[in-house]
Structure formats: structure tokens, C-alpha cells
Write a protein that binds this ligand. Structure first.
Ligand code: COA
Length: 317
């Protein structure tokens, strides 16, 4: 027993920010960002918190699934940009929904959505949950260095959610964690302890772009190929690869390396930027509402990012 997806939802704040808008803060331009990252515009929160966006995505997913909030046994959330360490984002979403189920956050940066699915699968397997709400919610504008043109043009705000029920749709998964802060680092404030002698690094996203790029392309290619091998399947059996929307060029490189047409990959980064843990559920919700997904379709969801961590799963719609 694992689970099936009963419904999807997403929310992005209404404030749309173009590359030209960002060029007022840092020395950049639309042509460079489109060529190197593939982002045309993104949404940035003006007054909504991370959990507020997560709550709105959750409401949309509940409505889409026909499941009532009171039926949810477990809320799993992920965020690297929540305003509070405690209460966690999942606690705050539970509070906003007015329910009393168990909640838990999982920290795995941009790979987190697949970590959340894996965690949910464990609860279903042990019969500990019949309905699970999963939310990836990010206000990355909060942790961006607005003087670093290498990162502030990439990341964005938004939330995506799915509602899961008992089923057999979670077929296989693969995880690879290479712990270390040398490639991607998002330090917290070190605090004011009179005893601590550590030095403060700016509490923003620090990223070595090219190392991240290589890790991501390798993760997509290796993980998807490995899962298909294990399952005795080929890419022809897969309707769509729905990757973490980190960067259009990463997806393009992976499609060339895997010798797959670009249409095999669902890509929406041009409109939303990189929303970390929210990017795959946002993509799934768009595909679902466009009628692109049919019962029995096989999807590969490769995710990767800070940690470094990568995680890919094979999911039957
Ligand atoms: N606008 C204009 N120029 C920029 C720029 C921007 N926003 N950001 C960097 N540049 C400049 C650099 O300063 C550099 O200029 P120089 O040659 O005069 O020194 C030049 O562009 C090339 O910089 P470099 O960092 O080598 O570019 P790149 O081709 O590696 O592209 C990234 C930078 C960040 C777009 C690229 O490394 C990347 O996509 N990495 C993966 C990032 C990612 O997906 N992260 C999410 C993981 S979850």
C-alpha cells in the first residue's frame, strides 16, 4: 500500500516581477536571464507569509480532491523560507485550516517535495494515515541577497499542494544526499550568544552556480535512468518528466544528454522562476488543471538542490 494523488492545488502571490523590474536593483537584463536561466517573470509576495501561501495552495488542493480538511490525518510541509523555525509551516497551515491532525515539516530544500512523498508513503504503508496533505511553500524573496545578481534572478515565491489517499501510485524512488555547505548554503543568523565565537555569513542563499548546474543535470539523468532500469521500463513508457523547475538550461541539458525531446519535460519556469519545494506541485497542478494527466500515466519527478540532495520518484497518475 502506498498512495494515489486525489487532488492538486497551487498559489502564487499576485505581484508579478519581470527581469526588467529586477534590473532596477542589480546589473542584469532580460536577455541574459532568459538565456542563462529561462525565467521571464516570477511572483514575489508583498504581504503574504510562507504559510499563508501554503494554506491557499492547500485549500485549492482540498477543493480539487473533494476531501474535507477534517478528513486529513497528516499534514506534511516543506520550506526553506518560513518566517518562524517554530511553529513550523505545517503547524501554521494546520492552524489556518482549523484542524487538529498530526503535522510535520521535512527539510530538504529544492528536493523536498519527493522527500515529502516518501515520508507520506511510509505513513500509508504502516496504516497510520488514510488522507495526507502535502505542501511545499516558499517566500524565497525573504532569503535572497538582493545585491547578488547570480541568485536574485532565479528564485521566487509560491506554494503547491497535493492531497493523497490510499492507493498504489508511488512506484519507486531514489535518493542521493551529499551533505556539505560548499555549493549551496543558506545560513541562519548566528545569534547573540556572548560565548559563541563563530562569524556571521549573510543569512541569504549562497550558491556556486556551475557546481549546482552539474549536480542537477547529473541527478536528473542518473536518477531517472536508474529508476527505469530497476522497473524494467524505458522513457517511452513515461508520459512526462516533471522536474524541479530550477533552471530551463538544466532541463535542456538533461534532455540532450538523455536524448529525449523537450516536450517530454513539463517546464513552466519562464512564468514562475525557481520556487524550490513548491515547483513540482505547482507544475503538477497546472498539468492537472490543463487536463494533461490521465489515469495510469507514468510520471518521473526529479528534484535536486541544497544539501546537496537529489530525489526522484516514479508516480502513476
Ligand atoms: N545578469 C547579467 N550577468 C550576470 C548575471 C545576471 N543576473 N549573473 C551573473 N552574470 C555574469 C557574471 O558576473 C559573469 O560575468 P563576467 O564574465 O564578467 O565575470 C558572467 O555573467 C558569467 O557568470 P557565471 O556565473 O559564470 O555564469 P553561468 O553561465 O554559470 O550562469 C547561473 C550563472 C547561476 C545562471 C548558472 O550557473 C546556473 O544556472 N546554475 C544553476 C543554478 C540553479 O539552478 N540553482 C538552483 C538549484 S535548486
Amino acid at each position: 500500500m502506498s498512495f494515489s494523488v486525489l487532488g492538486t492545488g497551487m498559489y502564487v502571490p499576485p505581484n508579478i516581477v519581470t527581469n526588467d523590474d529586477i534590473s532596477k536593483f542589480v546589473d542584469t537584463n532580460d536577455e541574459w536571464v532568459m538565456q542563462r536561466v529561462g525565467v521571464k517573470q516570477r511572483h514575489f509576495s508583498i504581504n503574504e507569509t510562507t504559510d499563508e501561501m501554503g494554506y491557499k495552495a492547500a485549500l485549492a488542493a482540498l477543493e480539487n480532491s473533494g476531501v474535507k480538511a477534517e478528513e486529513i490525518d497528516l499534514i506534511l510541509a516543506a520550506s526553506i523560507s518560513g518566517e518562524s523555525i517554530s511553529p513550523s509551516v505545517s503547524c501554521m497551515i494546520q492552524n489556518r485550516l482549523g484542524v487538529s491532525c498530526m503535522t510535520m515539516d521535512v527539510s530538504a530544500a529544492c528536493a523536498a517535495f519527493v522527500f515529502l512523498l516518501e515520508t507520506a508513503a511510509g505513513f500509508f504503508a504502516r496504516g497510520k494515515a488514510k488522507k495526507v496533505l502535502i505542501v511545499g511553500a516558499e517566500r524565497l524573496s525573504r532569503i535572497l541577497d538582493w545585491e547578488d545578481r547570480g541568485t536574485c534572478v532565479i528564485f521566487a515565491d509560491g506554494a503547491g499542494a497535493v492531497v493523497l489517499g490510499e492507493g498504489d501510485s508511488y512506484i519507486d524512488s531514489i535518493f542521493d544526499v551529499r551533505g556539505g555547505s560548499d555549493v549551496i548554503d543558506i545560513p541562519q543568523d548566528i545569534g547573540k550568544s556572548p560565548f559563541y565565537e563563530g562569524t556571521q555569513k549573510k543569512p541569504f542563499i549562497h550558491m556556486a552556480g556551475q557546481e549546482t548546474f552539474k549536480f542537477a543535470v547529473n541527478a536528473i539523468c542518473h536518477d531517472t535512468t536508474k529508476i527505469l532500469e530497476r522497473q524494467g521500463l524505458s522513457f517511452e513508457d513515461i508520459q512526462y518528466i516533471v522536474p524541479h523547475q530550477a533552471n530551463k538550461r538544466i532541463i535542456d541539458f538533461a534532455s540532450v544528454k538523455l536524448k529525449l525531446p523537450q516536450e517530454k519535460f513539463y517546464v513552466n519556469i519562464e512564468r514562475y522562476g525557481n520556487t524550490s519545494s513548491a515547483s513540482i506541485p505547482i507544475a503538477l497542478d497546472e498539468m492537472n488543471r490543463k487536463g494533461m494527466l490521465h489515469k495510469g500515466d507514468l510520471l518521473l519527478l526529479p528534484a535536486f538542490g541544497g544539501g546537496l540532495a537529489s530525489a526522484t520518484c516514479l508516480l502513476k497518475w
